[in-house]
Design a protein around this ligand. Structure first.
Ligand code: CA2
Length: 148
């Protein structure tokens, strides 16, 4: 049987990780985080692929691609988390396991970050663990897709 894929989708501005606001988002870059998750995925006998876009439509295209190729989605939709009915609708069409992920804890931040359009279509929500959250989410997704 072929190795199952986890698609990790990152939304707007997350390409700047490690370059600005380290007090909130830490010092790891998205490339470093990806390398750690790819390594971990090998140990867990799954595959991990990262995608990032600053554009809502491109994130929706990634979700549609996952419908055909991926067993799980880990999504940090960035600020689109708090605004996007379109990403909500796209995730609803995905049959696999969905984890909503945040580096910071949006509930401990400004009021506008308390609303998520993604939580209601996610199987799990993880927030506030910093960049380490990506590894935790990879472990959880791997466990869930192996049991499915
Ligand atoms: O904590 C998270 O992961 C967030 O999804 C990050 C989003 C924010 O809008 C959400 O409320 C919570 C923002 C991502 C911005 O990323 C930056 C990275 C480096 C420098 C500046 C922004």
């Amino acid at each position: 049987m072929s190795v199952q894929e986890i698609l990790v989708i990152n939304g707007p501005n997350l390409n700047l990780l490690g370059q600005r606001q380290p007090e909130i988002y830490g010092y790891d870059t998205l490339e470093t985080i990806e390398a750690k998750c790819v390594e971990l995925a090998k140990e867990l006998n799954v595959s991990v692929r990262f995608g990032q876009s600053n554009h809502e439509g491109a994130i929706i295209d990634l979700i549609h691609e996952a419908r055909l190729k991926s067993a799980a989605i880990i999504i940090n939709a960035g600020a689109y988390t708090h605004t996007s009915a379109a990403i909500h609708d796209a995730l609803k069409t995905f049959d696999g396991y969905i984890i909503e992920l945040h580096i910071s804890n949006p509930h401990a931040r400004e009021e506008f970050r308390h609303k998520s359009w993604i939580s209601s279509v996610a199987d799990a929500v993880m927030a506030g663990a910093g960049a380490y959250g990506y590894e935790l989410a990879t472990r959880l997704a791997a466990e869930k897709i192996k049991k499915s």
